[in-house]
Ligand binder design. Structure first.
Ligand SMILES: Nc1ncnc2c1ncn2[C@@H]1O[C@H](COP(=O)(O)OP(=O)(O)OP(=O)(O)O)[C@@H](O)[C@H]1O
Length: 332
């Protein structure tokens, strides 16, 4: 099977230009030799300088997609253009534009931080540039550890070294595969700050994460992949606005065994063993229906002790989307 084949209906790749996407995928598919299809004709444009978060449940195809763009996995179909370079026709120039921070920490434990960094840069055919390596190490707070052997570093430091390695060849796109899996809250915040700094210096960031809070905090745009299909690509703010819901929770004075028939048809659920009534409404709707609901409760003699509202998080939206199979939006 060829490394890539041009998707029949896909437009030809556009040359690198300031306004052009830094990464273009057209019809990228992957079927493993065992017949398992991990990616179905993915079309995706990544904008220059954005932070793009790719979300998806286990086995959705995230690693396969990243591997395809990084030249680790051979797609069965489609084209991938990295800053104007077709990955299949010009693998080296395309690959040089990309830094990959893999999920697993793997590096030579007996080497020093400095030697590891220098070696990484050489792998991409770049001449030594100690000043660049120093900048990277300083930005990652690793300068003081430059002579330390990797095995002597803490887990968090080792993760920083992995990021450093990916930055040695000055990539324009940085892939972070589950960057904060298993790291403590403090380091997670540090890493977020680091990623933002990189973006400010012009690096485009693509990250996969299981922590939806991370995508909510960091991303400009969100892509959701499920069963090998990109079911949604959207600006985070638009997504939160479009699919966001609010919930009003009423703590009842006396528990209910069931929703009263007079309230059937309303978006109501019982929670907390009947002690709470949850009303879900559209955060964007002009009319929430709350006044009517409270009036009806009064008429039915259902009293409440307390009430509060909460907006859905990206996590709620994501879970909902994957449950529904992504009928809420289209992939760009
Ligand atoms: N080398 C392989 N050979 C055969 N099937 C594979 C291979 N690698 C991945 N797959 C299958 O491809 C599908 C997508 O896997 P992938 O690892 O890309 O998912 P993922 O979204 O990264 O999942 P996770 O969040 O668990 O890392 C899965 O069904 C997986 O079993």
């Amino acid at each position: 099977m060829p490394a890539t084949a041009t998707a029949t209906s896909s437009p030809p790749p556009t040359p690198a230009a300031a306004g052009a996407p830094i990464l273009q995928l057209r019809g990228v598919g992957k079927t493993w030799p065992n017949g398992q299809t991990a990616l179905h004709a993915i079309d995706l444009d990544i904008r220059r300088g954005e932070i793009f978060a790719l979300l998806g449940p286990n086995g959705a195809g995230k690693t396969t997609l990243i591997g395809s763009v990084c030249g680790i996995v051979k797609p069965s179909s489609g084209t991938i253009v990295v800053d104007g370079h077709d990955l299949a026709r010009e693998p080296m120039p395309a690959r040089r534009k990309i830094g990959l921070v893999p999920q697993e920490i793997y590096t030579d434990a007996f080497e020093s931080v400095w030697a590891t960094m220098r070696f990484s840069r050489g792998l991409f055919g770049f001449p030594p540039d100690p000043a660049h390596l120093e900048r990277v190490l300083r930005a990652l707070s690793l300068w003081d550890k430059r002579d330390a052997k990797i095995m002597s570093l803490s887990g968090g430091m080792k993760r920083r070294v992995m990021i450093g390695k990916a930055l040695t060849h000055e990539p324009k796109i940085l892939f972070l595969d589950e960057p904060t899996a298993g790291v403590d809250v403090e380091l997670r915040r540090d890493m977020w700050a680091m990623v933002r700094e990189l973006r400010e210096r012009g690096t485009t960031i693509i990250l996969t994460t299981h922590y939806i809070e991370e995508a909510e905090e960091m991303a400009d745009r969100i892509g959701v992949i499920d069963k090998g299909r990109l079911i949604l690509v959207e600006d985070k703010a638009v997504l939160m606005r479009k699919l966001g819901r609010k919930q009003l929770t009423l703590q009842l004075q006396a528990p209910l065994a069931a929703i009263p028939a007079a309230l059937a048809g309303l978006p109501l659920e019982l929670a907390d063993d009947g002690h709470a009534l949850v009303y879900t409404f559209d955060a964007q709707g002009e009319r929430t229906g709350i006044a009517g609901l409270l009036r009806q409760l009064g008429e039915l003699g259902i009293g409440y002790r307390d009430l509060n509202t909460r907006e859905s998080s990206l996590e709620d939206i994501f879970v909902d989307l994957v449950k529904r199979g992504g009928t809420a939006g289209g992939a760009a």
